[in-house]
Design a protein around this ligand. Structure first.
Ligand code: GTP
Ligand code: SPV
Ligand code: MN
Length: 590
């Protein structure tokens, strides 16, 4: 008798019609076999897409080039298909499940002809964690199979675990013919199903990541009383050896990975990495909030990564680990067969191919590496990996940071008055858009809790859910906002960022431990300049004051935008958040 899993795979194969079906076992040999197949067989047009790199300097590393129209998440083609439109909310594209399935069935008919269908059983979360979820993704490209093996706990044992159950989470993925007009990333939250066609890139194709672990999981969390968030999880060790666990939400390409692996500029402090992108947060029996990272890999932004900004990441990328490391859409130094990107160490190499494999010259003004070029690397390669990474229970969280990329107005750091005010602080967050998604870069948009592209249901309900979680916590974490991205009149970043961000984390930890005071303002608590350790930095005091000032006019304009944003959600916006919004607007207007 076929199991529900086997039946489901058969049905998808009947629709997509692959030449072969291959069940992945997650072994080392298999990863190398899949890479070999990718290097030999996979093509876009008549170009190869997968290449070995110089294994003397970049052990076990490979370069992948995606289709030139397929270089970032496509939010406009991403749908959340609840039966009821209001359940999806104004923050999601929506279709009825029937309509969506009809469309996708048409596009998927025979889409794997001539290809292999890879069946990938994987866990999100440690298998022994009560919070872990068993999933199966199907795909027709080896790049996705190799990437999923780095990003998740993939293996045969997951099939045994699913056994005769039918409640595993399903993902059907095909690159189709890469036609952007036939590209859709569709979610069916009630069925635990993601169906994605036409894209082989990142969050569109690695369905365990944003699709399952945020959009579907956030919906599960709403039903079951937990939170799935776009957050880093890190431990900060102080000079006495005490470790404080913190989660940090920031929109895409706003500094999460860098923060998760921060190399402290202050002696005696050390950051331990648990996650760099996704946190599942559960209320523990002791009334504290516990975080696990469902992933096992880092899908990080390459440009800007160097020994100066993030030495721990360079070590991670160069480690000769068990899993291969993939670079996607980086430039290639043909002389040395090494990857390269803007902001990497040393002078710009002479003989570069750009991210599409064409000879590159700096004179054209175009970047050699795509601005959203990325690496996929195992978190187990990281020298900063926390000893709690595989703890099935997760780590207890003392502070939550909700950030964004803002060149103006938003202070370096702010503390909310309490959890409920923290929910408002997160809800009012905006950020300037980046190259992580296909849209205009540098435009200010509202991005509450960095979840606007990832919340799998109506965001009005989401704020209510955050308030409820707060009521379930006996020891709610303190909530903060940070902004590393203020610029001066010349457009230069005022705050040095990266390893220097430890100075802000130190202030936060001292606030968590009630060791220092803070200045009360209408928008929250901000540091007294004297409480920030700025030793060794050469920022003029006037600039620090600017980073901590309350720009009343700027805030008035900000609250106009926030009011407009909130009003879209009508009555689904909790009354309490609307009242806080009104009260802050009134205080700014006196
Ligand atoms: P996603 O993987 O898209 O979710 O991104 P992320 O939030 O993990 O962002 P990441 O850490 O990869 O950083 C994105 C870009 O911001 C890179 O080019 C970094 O060099 C830059 N960046 C990160 N931290 C800082 C900082 O503290 N200051 C400044 N100025 N830039 C930063
Ligand atoms: C993001 O865009 O937030 C990412 C990259 O982490 S992706 O996996 O493409 O979503
Ligand atoms: Mn992300």
């Amino acid at each position: 008798m076929a199991t529900p899993l086997e039946k489901w795979v058969e049905q998808q194969a009947a629709l997509t019609k692959p030449d072969e079906i291959y069940w992945c076992d997650g072994s080392e040999q298999e990863a190398h076999k899949l890479i070999e197949i990718g290097m030999k067989r996979e093509k876009i047009g008549d170009h190869n897409v997968f290449y070995g790199l110089n294994h003397k300097t970049w052990p076990n590393a490979y370069l992948h080039r995606s289709h030139p129209t397929d270089v970032a998440r496509t939010e406009q083609l991403t749908f959340v298909c609840h039966p009821d439109k209001d359940a999806a909310g104004p923050n999601n594209n929506w279709m009825t499940p029937n309509e969506a399935k009809k469309l996708l069935t048409g596009l998927s008919d025979g889409c794997m002809r001539g290809k292999t269908m890879y069946v990938m059983p994987y866990m999100m979360g440690h298998p022994e964690s009560p919070y872990a979820k068993a999933c199966v993704q199907l795909t027709d490209v080896s790049y996705v199979a190799v990437s999923m093996r780095i990003m998740t706990r993939m293996g045969k044992n997951v099939v045994d675990r699913i056994a005769s159950r039918s409640d595993f989470f399903k993902g059907l993925h095909s690159v189709g013919d890469f036609d952007p007009k036939k590209r859709f990333i569709m979610h069916f939250p009630d069925e635990g199903l993601v169906w994605s066609i036409g894209s082989g890139y990142g969050g569109n194709a690695l369905l365990g990541k944003k699709c399952f672990s945020l959009r579907i999981a956030s919906w599960l969390g709403l039903q079951q009383g937990w939170l799935a968030e776009h957050m880093v999880i890190l431990g900060v060790e102080d000079p006495d050896g005490n470790v404080t666990y913190i989660t940090v939400a920031m929109p895409s390409a706003c500094g999460k990975t860098n923060l998760a692996m921060l190399q402290s500029a202050l002696p005696g402090y050390k950051v331990w990495t648990i996650g760099d992108d996704i946190a599942w947060l559960n209320v523990g029996a002791d009334g504290r909030l516990y975080a696990i990272n469902p992933e096992t890999g880092l899908f990080g932004v390459a440009p800007g990564t160097s020994n100066k900004t993030n030495p721990n990441m360079v070590s991670t990328l160069k480690a000769d680990g068990f899993y291969p490391t993939l670079f996607t859409n980086a430039a290639l130094n043909v002389q040395t067969n090494e990857p390269w990107w803007e902001g990497f160490d040393g002078p710009v190499p002479k003989n570069l191919l750009d991210w599409q494999g064409k000879p590159w010259s700096s004179s054209g003004g175009a970047k050699a590496a795509h601005p959203n070029s990325r690496f996929t690397v195992s978190v187990y390669n990281s020298p900063t990996l926390s000893d709690q990474f595989d703890n099935p229970a997760g780590v207890p969280i003392s502070a939550i940071i909700l950030g964004g990329r803002r060149t103006q107005v938003i202070p370096l750091v702010t503390e909310a008055f309490n959890w409920r005010n923290g929910v408002f602080l997160g809800a009012r967050t905006g950020s300037e858009t980046t190259a992580a998604a296909a849209h205009q870069v540098g435009v200010l948009r509202r991005d509450p809790m960095a979840m606007i592209p990832f919340c799998g249901y109506n965001m009005g309900d989401y704020f209510g859910h955050w308030l409820n979680i707060g009521s379930m916590l006996k020891y709610p974490p303190k909530i903060f906002a940070v902004n590393w991205f203020r610029v001066d009149e010349d457009g230069n970043f005022v705050w040095p960022g990266f390893g220097e961000n430890i100075r802000v984390l130190k202030w936060i930890i001292e606030r968590v431990n009630n060791r220092i005071g803070a200045r009360q303002t209408p928008i929250g608590l901000v540091p007294h300049a004297k409480d920030l350790n700025l030793e060794g930095l050469s920022i003029p005091p006037a600039k620090i004051d600017k980073l901590l000032e309350i720009d009343r006019r700027g805030w008035q304009a900000e609250m106009d935008e926030v009011n407009k944003f909130f009003s879209q959600f009508g009555d689904r916006m909790p009354a309490e958040i609307r009242e806080q919004c009104k009260s802050l607007t009134d205080q700014l207007n006196v």
